[in-house]
Write a protein that binds this ligand. Structure first.
Ligand code: KIV
Ligand code: ZN
Length: 388
């Protein structure tokens, strides 16, 4: 694989929407899909058309609306699912059917009560059938994370032979370690006959907090698509977070990989998805959490005020944040107090700052954070009138 572009396959509207209590209606899905298209994702997984009439309608309307991204619908390796997905996608400029089957021993034994050879046949048949409707067919080997590599390679080979353009290798249960997931991709790159006709895709779940690390290990070892969701939402502990993998590849240029994402839209997109889904983003969430560019300890604040790079590896503007926040708390020092005071109109001399700082500490010890209105109170008590 020589292409260094990593395709971003967004599944916020399918795997992401499987979050308990986060049902979206068609109108909300259309708004999110339009934003994802603007953000520059390569593929939008719009839903699982056979799952309900509502989901069918959403996929159909998203297929009509989206002009740039490929629009994808999920199916099981079942003829009826594939027919319904093809119908829902018929207006898409670039349609993709995403079909597949469980390949781990536990899925084969307990879910399908079947055997390995039968699963290979079902995988082949599903892809071949999907190919009769659309050119672009992605195959998923569910629970590939716990499937042994030799057998997984045989399943993938059958899918490629049937015409799959993408081979999705899901760590469905979020079990793999990054080294293990990376080695799995490497093994498939080296052992699947016909792999040059398809790309490998990472689809990682976050049960052990490793979804992002596993996805990066996957692309470092040859995969060229990452399946992810905005804010990492998804069933249980969620999916790989789109904003994290995009910014990792952008910050680590040495990896030689990049995406088509307009990162300046990440912050607003995160807020929009969080609002629509009623799923708050944790404040310490990487890249899009409210504290991601906020500094509250005196040492860090002094450094950032002198030069942002001392404690920031990303320019906040790159992800759509206008500037880093200097939070005033009892841990803040004079530099931060002078900086924030100036922002609300007080240019302090060194002597004034010493006096104000004493008053500030009294306030700060009593409350979690000092806001702009508190600064005016502090100035009043310190008898500072001059405003710039
Ligand atoms: O996690 C998973 O295995 C999936 C597949 C259905 C693609 O979401
Ligand atoms: Zn999944």
């Amino acid at each position: 694989m020589t292409d260094n572009k990593v395709q971003i396959f967004d599944t916020t509207l399918r795997d992401g929407e499987q979050v308990p209590g986060c049902k979206l209606d068609t109108q909300q899905k259309l708004i999110i899909a339009e934003r994802l298209d603007l953000l520059g994702v390569d593929v939008i997984e719009a839903g699982f058309p056979i799952s309900s009439p509502g989901d069918f309608k959403s996929v159909e309307e998203i297929a009509r609306l989206v002009k740039n991204a490929t629009v994808c619908g999920l199916t099981r390796a079942v003829k009826k699912d594939i027919e319904v997905a093809a119908e829902a996608l018929k207006y898409a400029v670039k349609p993709r059917i995403h079909t597949g089957i469980g390949t781990s021993d536990s899925h084969i034994k307990y879910k399908f009560k079947s055997n390995r050879e039968d699963i290979i046949k079902r995988a082949y048949d599903a892809v071949a059938y999907a190919k009769t409707f659309v050119e672009d067919v992605e195959f998923y080997a569910e629970d590939a994370g716990r499937t042994d590599n030799e057998y997984l390679a045989r399943v993938c080979e059958a899918a490629v032979k049937a015409g799959a353009t993408v081979l999705n290798i899901p760590d469905t249960t979020g079990y793999c370690l990054p080294e293990e997931y990376g080695a799995k991709m490497k093994y498939l790159m080296e052992n699947v006959k016909g792999i040059d006709k398809a790309i490998l895709s990472c689809h990682c779940h976050n049960d052990l907090g490793l979804a992002t690390a596993n996805s990066i290990a996957g692309v470092v070892n040859g995969a060229r698509q990452i399946e992810c969701t905005i804010n990492g939402i998804g069933e249980r502990a969620g999916n790989t977070a789109l904003e994290e993998v995009v910014m990792i590849l952008r910050q680590h240029r040495d990896l030689g990989l990049d995406t088509n994402i307009n990162s300046r839209l990440l912050w607003d997109t995160s807020k929009m998805v969080s609002d629509k889904m009623g799923m708050p983003v944790q404040p310490n969430k990487a890249v899009v959490g409210s504290n991601a560019f906020a500094h509250s300890s005196g040492i860090h604040q002094d450094g950032v005020i002198k030069n942002r790079e001392t404690y920031e590896i990303m320019d906040p503007e790159e992800v759509g944040v206008t500037e880093s926040a200097i939070i005033l708390t009892a841990r803040s020092g004079r530099a931060a107090l002078a900086y924030r005071s100036k922002k609300v109109g007080y240019e302090l001399t060194k002597l004034q700052l010493d006096d104000v700082y004493e008053v500030f500490l009294k306030f700060a010890d009593k409350q979690k954070e000092i806001h702009d209105e508190d600064i005016h109170e502090i100035m009043k008590e310190a008898k500072i009138q001059t405003q710039v």
